[in-house]
Design a binder for this molecule. Structure first.
Ligand code: BV8
Length: 240
């Protein structure tokens, strides 16, 4: 591990589960209460905007009631210390909560957007947003009541894929934390990392759908596995 320099970390809903945020596919998860097609596609939004706006209003409110857990804090600590001598780090999260930021992570990309942002479909501007959208508030910039959640729905292009592919193609270590490996292109990134020669590690409650692509896997709760792994890495690199 000591010759590791460039680390890419992919996180999914599982890293926020112990903070009290529902995951998508575990029993009682978000999608079980709704069909993906109805609440997380542009077609579903066009068909029933109130259903979709209420679905996201409820989740935007929920993330403001919970706190980061030790897994988020451990990654923030790694982000703070993994610097110098050619060291690079990037967290790519599929999550739309703000728990990585609130724990202190800085080098972070939200490839599927963010709950705390609204996107005006009239003027294309994006705004920080903490309130509800069901009342169709006017866009702060153009005044048109055309705001939607700034999240990437199925069939839509994830954000900053160029930066992500660049980082995946040059990393020495690719670590996947708390994701089922069910959604692409996120679920395919481990294969891109392997093709570029990176070592790959999965930290997850159970084997993911892509577990066969990982050199190494540890299974258990993120709040235990992630701090353990971060401290191992820091001490092997004499940074901890
Ligand atoms: C794209 C944001 C083109 C919104 C999400 C037909 C038409 C169009 C597209 C497709 C198609 N067929 C397939 C596709 C591609 C499609 C796709 O993958 N579909 C799947 C269903 C097959 N993807 C897309 O449409 C994407 N766009 O393809 O555009 C393109 C392609 C390449 C390059 C450029 C453009 C857009 C997908 C984004 C959808 N938006 N979220 C919102 O959040 O509401 S997806 C959503 O589910 C999440 O963001 C996440 O990405 C995804 C997967 O969820 P996970 O995070 O993995 O959560 P999950 O519950 O599944 O798993 C949790 C894991 O944690 C479990 O393994 C569990 O064991 C573990 N866990 C639980 N507790 C813990 C734990 N681990 C540790 N500790 C714990 N305590």
């Amino acid at each position: 591990m000591s010759d590791i320099r460039r680390i890419l970390i992919l996180t999914g809903a599982g890293i926020s589960a112990e903070s009290g945020i529902d995951t998508f596919r575990s029993a009682g998860g978000l999608w079980e209460k709704h069909r993906v097609e109805d609440v997380a596609t542009p077609e579903g939004f066009a068909r029933d905007p109130d259903l979709v706006l209420r679905f996201y209003d409820m989740r935007r409110e929920r993330i403001q009631e919970v706190e980061p857990n030790p897994a988020h804090s451990a990654l923030a600590r790694l982000d703070a210390l993994w610097r110098g001598e050619g060291r690079e780090l990037l967290i790519v999260t599929q999550n739309v909560d703000d728990l990585h930021e609130r724990a202190g992570a800085r080098r972070l990309i939200h490839m599927h957007g963010e709950h705390l942002a609204a996107w005006c479909t009239a003027c294309d501007r994006r705004h920080a947003w903490r309130d509800t959208l069901i009342e169709r508030p006017p866009c702060p910039a153009c005044g048109v009541p055309a705001l939607r959640p700034d999240v990437v729905w199925f069939g839509e292009m994830p954000y900053r894929m160029g930066d992500i592919y660049q980082a995946v193609g040059t990393c020495d270590l690719f670590v996947s934390i708390g994701t089922s490996g069910a959604v692409y292109p996120a679920a395919g990134l481990v294969r891109d990392a392997r093709a570029a020669g990176a070592a790959t590690l999965e930290l997850n409650l159970e084997p993911s759908q892509g577990t066969r692509w990982f050199d190494d896997a540890r299974h258990g709760p993120a709040s235990e596995l992630v701090p353990e792994w971060v401290e191992e890495l820091l001490s092997e690199s004499r940074l901890g």
